[in-house]
Write a protein that binds this ligand. Structure first.
Ligand code: NAD
Length: 314
């Protein structure tokens, strides 16, 4: 199949492209290198991909560039491009609203007369549920950050396109994804880096907030398996092992062999209190289940971050 992956230079998008190529698909990657974190990191995510014969890359901004070449003759679209992370979304709403909503509208519009399209997967987030996000897809959607609001608006826009133009579409709500290439603004990346460098970690709030952690390869496998989901459906995608911030720090201390130096600050606006995906629907509809334990996943992320430090020092 010819697959388009938007956000291909990002954390999850680059891992998804690699797995699609390994499965024998042709992959068109698209990314605008939005400088929310350094372009160099995203370019590194693409290095191995660019050596693969079935991979082509388009540096395009979904908000303004012509998308005809990138969307031409694609069978499956995985729409991951977005401004992720909730903290910055309070400060730069325009960037979030344009990269999450306008970008999605332009992509959907460019595909609405497509004769080749078999599936459009919109990647959303547990943040659409808000502060308490533990349960199944019938939980109320009450986002507590501008990020969650823009992702929910995009979900709704996707459904409008599906209803009006018969776009074959499903929505996946990812829960706290971690593993190699995790974005540098994300908690576990920051914790591991600080521990390896002997720096202080900031814990926001009481540290009892918990996350339903999803290892990146599990998330990627769910995303590919969802090609076989019925149109119009929404699925929680989560790893199943829930842990609080303190539990994660304790595990990371054991894995890294470094004692964490911790300071506490006030909880941040919009932070989720608890997330945990009930994935019964994904199991039922497309037979996906997570495989990587939290211990194994964190060990792999630590190994990846250590390798980056070694490379930097060389
Ligand atoms: N990482 C997580 O834990 C997590 C959790 C829930 C949902 N998600 C969702 O998964 C997706 C991928 O997240 P990620 O963590 O890999 O983020 P990421 O920032 O690493 O990747 C997103 C990519 O999208 C690109 N992009 C943004 N706006 C664009 C535009 N206008 N045109 C073209 N490219 C654009 C960025 O340059 C970036 O490379 C996002 O949709 C995010 O909302 C992630």
């Amino acid at each position: 199949m010819r697959c388009l992956v938007t956000g291909a230079a990002g954390f999850i998008g680059s891992n998804l492209c690699e797995q699609l190529l390994d499965l024998g698909h042709e992959v068109v990657g698209l990314d605008a290198f939005i400088p929310y974190y350094p372009r160099e990191i995203k370019q590194n995510n693409l290095i191995a991909l660019k050596t693969r014969s079935n991979f082509t890359f388009h540096e395009l901004d979904l908000r303004e560039d012509n998308l005809a070449d990138a969307t031409n003759n694609v069978s499956v679209v995985f729409h991951l491009a977005a401004m992720a992370g909730l903290v910055l979304s309070w400060k730069n709403f325009n960037l979030y609203s344009s990269c999450n909503l306008l970008a999605t509208q332009r992509l959907l519009d460019s595909l609405r007369n497509s004769e080749s399209l078999k599936k459009f997967i919109y990647v959303s987030t547990s943040s659409v549920y808000g502060k308490f996000s533990s349960g199944n897809e019938s939980m109320p959607t009450q986002p507590s950050s501008p990020y969650g609001v823009t992702k929910l608006a995009s979900e709704n826009l996707c459904h409008a396109f599906r209803e009006e133009f018969n776009l074959p579409l499903s929505v996946l709500r990812y829960f706290s994804v971690y593993g190699p290439r995790q974005r540098p603004d994300m908690g576990y990346n920051i914790f591991i880096k600080a521990m390896l460098n002997g720096e202080t970690i900031t814990v926001y709030g009481d540290g009892q907030q918990s996350r339903g952690n999803t290892y990146v390869s599990d998330c990627v496998n769910a995303t590919i398996a969802a090609i076989n989901s019925p149109d119009g459906e929404t699925y929680n995608i989560g790893g199943g092992e829930i842990a609080s911030v303190w539990e994660i720090i304790e595990r990371l201390e054991k894995i890294t062999g470094c004692k964490a130096k911790v300071k506490q600050e006030q909880a941040r606006a919009g932070d989720q209190r608890s997330t945990g995906a009930d994935i019964s629907k994904a199991i039922r509809d497309f037979g996906w289940q997570p495989q990587v334990s939290l211990e194994e996943g964190l060990t792999r992320q630590v190994a990846w971050q250590k390798s980056l430090l070694v490379r930097k020092a060389a």
